[in-house]
Design a protein around this ligand. Structure first.
Ligand code: ZN
Length: 411
Protein backbone atom coordinates (compact mmCIF):
# COMPACT_ATOMS: atom_id res chain seq x y z
CA UNK A 1 0.00 0.00 0.00
CA UNK A 2 1.21 3.48 -0.85
CA UNK A 3 1.08 6.19 1.83
CA UNK A 4 -0.58 8.49 -0.74
CA UNK A 5 -3.69 6.28 -0.70
CA UNK A 6 -6.97 8.05 -0.05
CA UNK A 7 -10.25 6.34 0.60
CA UNK A 8 -13.19 8.43 -0.60
CA UNK A 9 -16.56 7.47 0.83
CA UNK A 10 -18.94 6.30 1.97
CA UNK A 11 -21.17 6.85 -1.05
CA UNK A 12 -24.78 5.69 -0.98
CA UNK A 13 -24.01 3.91 -4.26
CA UNK A 14 -21.05 3.65 -6.63
CA UNK A 15 -22.02 2.97 -10.25
CA UNK A 16 -18.79 1.73 -11.83
CA UNK A 17 -19.88 1.09 -15.46
CA UNK A 18 -17.08 -1.50 -15.46
CA UNK A 19 -17.11 -4.66 -17.56
CA UNK A 20 -19.68 -3.60 -20.17
CA UNK A 21 -19.37 -4.78 -23.78
CA UNK A 22 -18.09 -2.01 -26.09
CA UNK A 23 -21.09 -2.11 -28.45
CA UNK A 24 -24.68 -3.30 -28.80
CA UNK A 25 -27.72 -3.17 -26.50
CA UNK A 26 -27.35 -3.08 -22.71
CA UNK A 27 -29.73 -3.99 -19.91
CA UNK A 28 -29.82 -2.18 -16.59
CA UNK A 29 -29.06 -5.50 -14.85
CA UNK A 30 -25.58 -5.33 -16.44
CA UNK A 31 -24.78 -2.24 -14.37
CA UNK A 32 -22.66 -2.94 -11.29
CA UNK A 33 -23.97 -0.88 -8.36
CA UNK A 34 -21.96 -1.04 -5.14
CA UNK A 35 -24.12 -0.20 -2.11
CA UNK A 36 -22.39 1.89 0.63
CA UNK A 37 -19.40 2.07 -1.66
CA UNK A 38 -15.95 3.58 -1.53
CA UNK A 39 -13.21 4.46 -4.00
CA UNK A 40 -9.55 3.98 -3.16
CA UNK A 41 -7.50 6.58 -5.03
CA UNK A 42 -3.73 6.39 -5.62
CA UNK A 43 -1.82 9.02 -7.60
CA UNK A 44 -4.89 10.28 -9.40
CA UNK A 45 -6.18 6.86 -10.39
CA UNK A 46 -8.65 4.35 -9.03
CA UNK A 47 -6.78 1.70 -7.03
CA UNK A 48 -9.93 -0.14 -5.94
CA UNK A 49 -13.72 0.17 -5.95
CA UNK A 50 -15.71 -1.73 -3.35
CA UNK A 51 -17.79 -1.40 -0.23
CA UNK A 52 -16.53 1.35 2.05
CA UNK A 53 -16.25 -0.88 5.12
CA UNK A 54 -14.22 -3.55 3.33
CA UNK A 55 -11.87 -0.99 1.76
CA UNK A 56 -11.43 0.71 5.16
CA UNK A 57 -10.55 -2.59 6.81
CA UNK A 58 -8.10 -3.64 4.08
CA UNK A 59 -6.47 -0.18 3.76
CA UNK A 60 -6.39 1.02 7.35
CA UNK A 61 -3.59 3.53 6.65
CA UNK A 62 -5.48 5.39 3.93
CA UNK A 63 -6.67 8.92 4.67
CA UNK A 64 -10.46 9.12 4.47
CA UNK A 65 -12.18 11.86 2.46
CA UNK A 66 -15.90 12.21 3.03
CA UNK A 67 -18.15 13.10 0.06
CA UNK A 68 -21.47 15.00 0.33
CA UNK A 69 -24.01 12.94 2.30
CA UNK A 70 -26.26 10.52 0.46
CA UNK A 71 -24.38 10.81 -2.80
CA UNK A 72 -24.14 8.46 -5.75
CA UNK A 73 -20.87 8.29 -7.68
CA UNK A 74 -20.68 7.84 -11.44
CA UNK A 75 -17.65 8.08 -13.76
CA UNK A 76 -17.02 11.64 -14.93
CA UNK A 77 -19.03 12.43 -18.05
CA UNK A 78 -17.19 12.59 -21.37
CA UNK A 79 -18.47 15.08 -23.96
CA UNK A 80 -16.90 13.75 -27.17
CA UNK A 81 -18.08 16.46 -29.60
CA UNK A 82 -18.17 20.21 -28.89
CA UNK A 83 -17.36 23.51 -30.57
CA UNK A 84 -16.93 25.55 -27.35
CA UNK A 85 -14.07 27.69 -28.69
CA UNK A 86 -15.92 30.60 -30.28
CA UNK A 87 -16.48 34.33 -29.86
CA UNK A 88 -19.64 36.38 -30.27
CA UNK A 89 -23.34 35.57 -30.22
CA UNK A 90 -25.76 33.92 -32.62
CA UNK A 91 -28.93 34.91 -30.73
CA UNK A 92 -30.15 36.84 -33.78
CA UNK A 93 -29.80 33.73 -35.99
CA UNK A 94 -31.69 31.71 -33.39
CA UNK A 95 -34.51 34.26 -33.21
CA UNK A 96 -34.86 34.16 -37.01
CA UNK A 97 -34.73 30.36 -37.15
CA UNK A 98 -37.35 29.72 -34.46
CA UNK A 99 -39.45 32.35 -36.24
CA UNK A 100 -39.40 30.20 -39.35
CA UNK A 101 -36.56 31.61 -41.48
CA UNK A 102 -34.64 28.82 -43.20
CA UNK A 103 -31.00 28.03 -42.44
CA UNK A 104 -30.06 28.86 -46.05
CA UNK A 105 -31.83 32.20 -45.93
CA UNK A 106 -30.05 33.07 -42.66
CA UNK A 107 -26.71 32.16 -44.28
CA UNK A 108 -27.61 34.33 -47.31
CA UNK A 109 -28.16 37.29 -44.96
CA UNK A 110 -24.64 36.83 -43.57
CA UNK A 111 -25.57 34.71 -40.52
CA UNK A 112 -24.77 31.06 -39.81
CA UNK A 113 -21.28 29.63 -39.33
CA UNK A 114 -19.74 32.50 -41.27
CA UNK A 115 -20.94 35.05 -38.72
CA UNK A 116 -19.16 33.08 -35.95
CA UNK A 117 -16.07 32.89 -38.19
CA UNK A 118 -16.06 36.68 -38.49
CA UNK A 119 -16.44 37.18 -34.73
CA UNK A 120 -13.88 34.48 -33.84
CA UNK A 121 -11.28 35.92 -36.20
CA UNK A 122 -11.65 39.28 -34.42
CA UNK A 123 -10.93 37.74 -31.00
CA UNK A 124 -7.37 37.35 -29.71
CA UNK A 125 -5.92 33.98 -28.69
CA UNK A 126 -6.19 35.14 -25.05
CA UNK A 127 -9.85 36.11 -25.41
CA UNK A 128 -10.68 32.78 -27.08
CA UNK A 129 -8.83 30.85 -24.36
CA UNK A 130 -10.80 32.70 -21.68
CA UNK A 131 -14.15 32.04 -23.40
CA UNK A 132 -13.28 28.35 -23.85
CA UNK A 133 -12.15 28.01 -20.22
CA UNK A 134 -15.38 29.56 -18.98
CA UNK A 135 -17.49 27.08 -20.95
CA UNK A 136 -15.28 24.14 -19.93
CA UNK A 137 -15.74 25.12 -16.27
CA UNK A 138 -19.52 25.17 -16.77
CA UNK A 139 -19.31 21.66 -18.19
CA UNK A 140 -17.13 20.54 -15.29
CA UNK A 141 -19.79 21.69 -12.81
CA UNK A 142 -22.22 19.48 -14.74
CA UNK A 143 -19.89 16.51 -14.20
CA UNK A 144 -18.05 16.61 -17.55
CA UNK A 145 -14.41 15.84 -16.71
CA UNK A 146 -13.25 15.30 -20.34
CA UNK A 147 -14.42 17.43 -23.23
CA UNK A 148 -13.48 17.36 -26.89
CA UNK A 149 -13.14 20.82 -28.50
CA UNK A 150 -12.96 21.54 -32.22
CA UNK A 151 -11.44 24.40 -34.14
CA UNK A 152 -13.28 25.33 -37.34
CA UNK A 153 -14.23 28.99 -36.95
CA UNK A 154 -10.87 30.20 -38.29
CA UNK A 155 -10.81 28.71 -41.81
CA UNK A 156 -7.34 30.09 -42.61
CA UNK A 157 -4.02 28.52 -41.63
CA UNK A 158 -3.19 31.19 -39.05
CA UNK A 159 -6.73 31.49 -37.64
CA UNK A 160 -7.07 27.71 -37.23
CA UNK A 161 -3.69 27.62 -35.47
CA UNK A 162 -4.86 30.47 -33.20
CA UNK A 163 -7.96 28.48 -32.23
CA UNK A 164 -6.01 25.28 -31.52
CA UNK A 165 -3.45 27.19 -29.44
CA UNK A 166 -6.31 28.83 -27.50
CA UNK A 167 -7.84 25.39 -26.83
CA UNK A 168 -4.44 24.22 -25.55
CA UNK A 169 -4.21 27.30 -23.30
CA UNK A 170 -7.70 26.58 -21.93
CA UNK A 171 -6.74 22.93 -21.30
CA UNK A 172 -3.79 24.08 -19.19
CA UNK A 173 -6.08 26.54 -17.36
CA UNK A 174 -8.99 24.30 -16.33
CA UNK A 175 -8.90 21.12 -14.20
CA UNK A 176 -10.84 19.08 -16.78
CA UNK A 177 -9.16 17.58 -19.85
CA UNK A 178 -9.83 19.22 -23.21
CA UNK A 179 -9.18 17.04 -26.27
CA UNK A 180 -8.46 19.23 -29.34
CA UNK A 181 -9.62 18.39 -32.87
CA UNK A 182 -8.67 20.24 -36.07
CA UNK A 183 -11.88 21.08 -37.96
CA UNK A 184 -10.41 23.38 -40.60
CA UNK A 185 -12.76 21.45 -42.93
CA UNK A 186 -15.91 22.85 -41.26
CA UNK A 187 -17.22 24.66 -44.37
CA UNK A 188 -15.43 25.84 -47.51
CA UNK A 189 -14.69 29.54 -46.87
CA UNK A 190 -14.91 30.29 -50.64
CA UNK A 191 -12.63 33.28 -50.17
CA UNK A 192 -10.51 34.76 -52.98
CA UNK A 193 -12.32 32.56 -55.51
CA UNK A 194 -10.97 29.34 -53.97
CA UNK A 195 -13.13 26.21 -54.39
CA UNK A 196 -13.62 23.44 -51.80
CA UNK A 197 -11.05 21.04 -53.34
CA UNK A 198 -8.35 23.68 -53.56
CA UNK A 199 -9.06 24.77 -49.99
CA UNK A 200 -8.75 21.20 -48.64
CA UNK A 201 -5.58 20.56 -50.66
CA UNK A 202 -4.02 23.72 -49.28
CA UNK A 203 -5.01 22.89 -45.67
CA UNK A 204 -3.55 19.38 -46.05
CA UNK A 205 -0.21 20.87 -47.14
CA UNK A 206 0.01 24.12 -45.19
CA UNK A 207 -1.95 23.53 -41.98
CA UNK A 208 -2.01 19.85 -40.93
CA UNK A 209 1.79 19.36 -40.81
CA UNK A 210 2.09 22.45 -38.59
CA UNK A 211 -0.65 21.16 -36.29
CA UNK A 212 1.38 17.93 -35.92
CA UNK A 213 4.70 19.71 -35.45
CA UNK A 214 3.34 21.98 -32.73
CA UNK A 215 1.51 19.06 -31.09
CA UNK A 216 -1.75 21.03 -31.19
CA UNK A 217 -4.07 18.11 -32.04
CA UNK A 218 -3.93 14.49 -33.14
CA UNK A 219 -7.50 14.38 -34.45
CA UNK A 220 -8.93 15.70 -37.73
CA UNK A 221 -12.63 16.20 -38.43
CA UNK A 222 -14.58 17.19 -41.56
CA UNK A 223 -18.18 18.22 -42.20
CA UNK A 224 -19.52 15.98 -44.99
CA UNK A 225 -22.76 17.54 -46.16
CA UNK A 226 -24.32 19.15 -49.22
CA UNK A 227 -23.65 22.57 -47.72
CA UNK A 228 -20.04 21.76 -46.72
CA UNK A 229 -17.86 19.06 -48.37
CA UNK A 230 -18.85 16.00 -50.38
CA UNK A 231 -17.55 12.51 -49.50
CA UNK A 232 -15.49 12.60 -52.72
CA UNK A 233 -13.84 15.85 -51.65
CA UNK A 234 -13.29 14.54 -48.12
CA UNK A 235 -11.52 11.30 -49.05
CA UNK A 236 -8.14 12.67 -50.25
CA UNK A 237 -8.06 15.17 -47.36
CA UNK A 238 -8.72 12.46 -44.77
CA UNK A 239 -6.18 10.16 -46.46
CA UNK A 240 -3.59 12.94 -46.20
CA UNK A 241 -4.48 13.47 -42.53
CA UNK A 242 -4.15 9.74 -41.81
CA UNK A 243 -0.72 9.65 -43.49
CA UNK A 244 0.37 12.42 -41.11
CA UNK A 245 -0.74 10.26 -38.18
CA UNK A 246 -4.04 11.95 -37.33
CA UNK A 247 -7.03 9.98 -36.04
CA UNK A 248 -10.14 10.66 -38.09
CA UNK A 249 -13.66 11.66 -37.09
CA UNK A 250 -16.47 12.85 -39.37
CA UNK A 251 -19.62 15.00 -39.20
CA UNK A 252 -21.86 12.63 -41.15
CA UNK A 253 -25.44 12.16 -42.35
CA UNK A 254 -27.00 15.16 -40.60
CA UNK A 255 -29.10 16.21 -43.63
CA UNK A 256 -27.90 13.83 -46.39
CA UNK A 257 -26.20 10.42 -46.50
CA UNK A 258 -22.71 9.32 -47.60
CA UNK A 259 -20.52 10.54 -44.75
CA UNK A 260 -21.10 7.57 -42.48
CA UNK A 261 -20.16 5.07 -45.19
CA UNK A 262 -16.88 6.93 -45.75
CA UNK A 263 -16.22 6.98 -41.99
CA UNK A 264 -16.73 3.19 -41.94
CA UNK A 265 -14.52 2.67 -44.98
CA UNK A 266 -11.69 4.74 -43.46
CA UNK A 267 -12.04 3.16 -40.00
CA UNK A 268 -12.69 6.51 -38.33
CA UNK A 269 -12.93 6.76 -34.55
CA UNK A 270 -16.48 8.04 -34.83
CA UNK A 271 -19.21 9.20 -37.20
CA UNK A 272 -21.14 12.04 -35.60
CA UNK A 273 -24.74 13.29 -36.12
CA UNK A 274 -26.42 10.47 -38.18
CA UNK A 275 -29.90 12.01 -38.03
CA UNK A 276 -30.54 10.93 -41.65
CA UNK A 277 -28.41 7.80 -41.80
CA UNK A 278 -29.66 4.55 -43.39
CA UNK A 279 -29.56 0.95 -42.21
CA UNK A 280 -26.68 -0.04 -44.52
CA UNK A 281 -24.53 2.76 -43.06
CA UNK A 282 -25.39 1.76 -39.47
CA UNK A 283 -24.36 -1.83 -40.20
CA UNK A 284 -21.12 -0.68 -41.83
CA UNK A 285 -20.25 1.47 -38.78
CA UNK A 286 -20.97 -1.45 -36.42
CA UNK A 287 -18.90 -3.89 -38.49
CA UNK A 288 -15.91 -1.55 -38.57
CA UNK A 289 -16.16 -0.69 -34.85
CA UNK A 290 -16.73 3.00 -35.59
CA UNK A 291 -18.57 4.74 -32.75
CA UNK A 292 -21.93 6.20 -33.80
CA UNK A 293 -22.18 9.49 -32.00
CA UNK A 294 -25.61 11.08 -31.53
CA UNK A 295 -25.96 14.82 -30.96
CA UNK A 296 -29.47 15.41 -29.56
CA UNK A 297 -28.59 19.04 -28.74
CA UNK A 298 -28.44 19.80 -32.46
CA UNK A 299 -31.83 18.12 -32.99
CA UNK A 300 -33.31 20.20 -30.14
CA UNK A 301 -31.70 23.40 -31.45
CA UNK A 302 -32.84 22.90 -35.03
CA UNK A 303 -36.19 21.22 -34.37
CA UNK A 304 -35.00 18.19 -36.37
CA UNK A 305 -35.34 14.39 -35.78
CA UNK A 306 -32.96 12.60 -33.40
CA UNK A 307 -30.28 10.20 -34.56
CA UNK A 308 -31.73 6.64 -34.56
CA UNK A 309 -30.03 5.63 -31.32
CA UNK A 310 -32.16 2.51 -30.77
CA UNK A 311 -31.44 1.23 -34.28
CA UNK A 312 -27.73 1.96 -33.86
CA UNK A 313 -27.59 -0.28 -30.78
CA UNK A 314 -29.82 -2.97 -32.25
CA UNK A 315 -27.51 -3.10 -35.31
CA UNK A 316 -24.69 -3.94 -32.88
CA UNK A 317 -23.22 -0.44 -32.92
CA UNK A 318 -21.37 1.50 -30.25
CA UNK A 319 -23.56 4.47 -29.33
CA UNK A 320 -22.10 7.58 -27.74
CA UNK A 321 -23.91 10.85 -27.05
CA UNK A 322 -22.34 14.32 -27.02
CA UNK A 323 -23.64 17.88 -26.63
CA UNK A 324 -22.32 19.42 -29.88
CA UNK A 325 -22.27 22.67 -27.84
CA UNK A 326 -21.89 25.41 -30.45
CA UNK A 327 -23.31 28.91 -30.95
CA UNK A 328 -25.50 27.97 -33.92
CA UNK A 329 -27.38 24.67 -33.92
CA UNK A 330 -26.77 23.54 -30.31
CA UNK A 331 -26.45 26.49 -27.92
CA UNK A 332 -27.61 24.62 -24.76
CA UNK A 333 -24.48 22.67 -23.85
CA UNK A 334 -26.06 20.32 -21.29
CA UNK A 335 -24.88 16.77 -21.99
CA UNK A 336 -26.80 14.81 -19.35
CA UNK A 337 -30.08 16.62 -20.03
CA UNK A 338 -29.77 15.92 -23.74
CA UNK A 339 -28.80 12.28 -23.20
CA UNK A 340 -31.82 11.82 -20.90
CA UNK A 341 -34.18 13.37 -23.47
CA UNK A 342 -32.72 11.21 -26.25
CA UNK A 343 -33.08 8.14 -24.03
CA UNK A 344 -36.78 8.85 -23.49
CA UNK A 345 -37.42 9.48 -27.20
CA UNK A 346 -35.41 6.51 -28.46
CA UNK A 347 -36.28 3.97 -25.71
CA UNK A 348 -32.76 3.52 -24.37
CA UNK A 349 -32.13 1.63 -21.16
CA UNK A 350 -30.45 3.68 -18.46
CA UNK A 351 -27.40 1.48 -18.91
CA UNK A 352 -27.26 2.41 -22.60
CA UNK A 353 -27.57 6.13 -21.87
CA UNK A 354 -24.94 6.11 -19.12
CA UNK A 355 -22.49 4.08 -21.22
CA UNK A 356 -23.03 6.55 -24.09
CA UNK A 357 -21.78 9.49 -22.02
CA UNK A 358 -18.98 7.67 -20.19
CA UNK A 359 -17.18 4.52 -21.28
CA UNK A 360 -18.43 4.43 -24.86
CA UNK A 361 -17.77 8.18 -25.23
CA UNK A 362 -14.19 7.53 -24.11
CA UNK A 363 -13.85 4.97 -26.90
CA UNK A 364 -15.13 7.57 -29.39
CA UNK A 365 -12.08 9.64 -28.43
CA UNK A 366 -9.72 6.65 -28.50
CA UNK A 367 -9.20 6.96 -24.72
CA UNK A 368 -8.83 3.75 -22.71
CA UNK A 369 -7.80 5.32 -19.39
CA UNK A 370 -11.20 6.69 -18.32
CA UNK A 371 -14.97 6.25 -18.55
CA UNK A 372 -15.43 3.63 -15.81
CA UNK A 373 -14.52 3.36 -12.14
CA UNK A 374 -12.14 0.40 -12.04
CA UNK A 375 -8.51 -0.12 -11.04
CA UNK A 376 -6.03 1.75 -13.23
CA UNK A 377 -8.52 4.23 -14.66
CA UNK A 378 -8.33 7.95 -13.88
CA UNK A 379 -10.17 8.88 -10.69
CA UNK A 380 -12.58 11.15 -12.59
CA UNK A 381 -16.04 11.03 -11.09
CA UNK A 382 -19.08 13.08 -10.14
CA UNK A 383 -21.67 12.57 -7.42
CA UNK A 384 -25.38 13.31 -7.36
CA UNK A 385 -27.42 13.38 -4.14
CA UNK A 386 -30.25 10.92 -4.67
CA UNK A 387 -31.81 7.81 -3.14
CA UNK A 388 -31.04 5.52 -6.07
CA UNK A 389 -28.84 5.70 -9.16
CA UNK A 390 -31.83 5.65 -11.55
CA UNK A 391 -33.07 8.96 -10.12
CA UNK A 392 -30.32 10.91 -11.88
CA UNK A 393 -31.71 10.26 -15.38
CA UNK A 394 -35.27 10.33 -14.02
CA UNK A 395 -34.71 14.03 -13.26
CA UNK A 396 -33.70 14.35 -16.93
CA UNK A 397 -30.61 16.37 -16.22
CA UNK A 398 -32.22 18.93 -13.90
CA UNK A 399 -30.46 17.40 -10.87
CA UNK A 400 -26.89 18.71 -10.93
CA UNK A 401 -23.80 17.10 -9.36
CA UNK A 402 -23.10 17.90 -5.71
CA UNK A 403 -19.34 17.51 -6.27
CA UNK A 404 -16.85 16.54 -8.99
CA UNK A 405 -13.39 14.96 -8.79
CA UNK A 406 -10.75 15.14 -11.53
CA UNK A 407 -7.77 12.78 -11.26
CA UNK A 408 -8.66 12.18 -7.61
CA UNK A 409 -8.86 15.86 -6.63
CA UNK A 410 -12.17 17.41 -5.62
CA UNK A 411 -12.81 20.54 -7.66
ZN1 ZN B 1 -20.43 19.52 -34.60
Amino acid sequence: MSNSDRLIGPFRQVVTLAGLPPAGPLKDEQILVIQEGGLLVREGRIAAAGTFDELKASHAGAAVETPPSGSIAFPGLIDAHTHICWAGSRAEDYALRVGGTSYLEIARRGGGIKSTVRQTRKASREELAALTSRRARRLLQDGVTTCEVKSGYGLTVEEELKMLRAIGDADREVPGDLIPTCLAAHIPPREDGEGPEEYLDRMAVELLPRVRREGLADRVDIFIEDTAFTAEQARPYLDAAARLGFRITVHADQFSTGGALLAAELGALSADHLERTDTASLKALAERGVTALALPGASLGLGEPYAPARRILDAGGALAVASDWNPGSAPMGDLLLQAAVLGAAEKLSMAETWAAVTVRAAAALGLTDRGSLEPGRLADFAVWQAEDWREVLWYQGSLKPAAVWKSGTRI
